[in-house]
Design a binder for this molecule. Sequence first.
Ligand SMILES: [Zn+2]
Ligand SMILES: [Zn+2]
Length: 169
Amino acid sequence: MQTPSPEQAYRISVRQLLLRPDETRRISVTLDAETTESYGLRCRELPSAEGILENRAGVLMLRYTLHAVPELTCDRCLSPVEVPCEEQFSHVIVTETADRRQDAEYLLAPDAMLDLAEAVMTDLRLSLPTRILCRPDCKGLCPSCGQDLNLGECSCGCGSVTVQYDDQA
Ligand SMILES: [Zn+2]
Ligand SMILES: [Zn+2]
């Protein structure tokens, strides 16, 4: 018996599903910490996907709800920020690279093997906000002495309490 490596554990064959119109298969998977971190994300709650693979008149669809609580860092003060994600995704599965489209709607399953970890982590990344703040009015760190200005003014005399962030950008 071989133990599948973490990357292989989330790869499933969709060959039978592709061949049988109206066939469905339930998907319920939770990624492990090692896999999640290999995609560069730490999570307070590991990513899980609940949904179905469904062959609709010859078109294979993956529809699922993604739940995860990644732990990111505040863009300003670098403190940890939990960013809960609870979102639904829907993809068309294609098997040929010739079918490849630059569209998140399509998921490529080479040799009819679908990599659920890749799909879930890609969706999770795309769902994250581009700006991460621990709170909307985070004052950030003093650029001179590194003091967390949320905790109070620093005493390095740089006058950084007057720093204004342009939030309108
Ligand atoms: Zn902050
Ligand atoms: Zn300072």
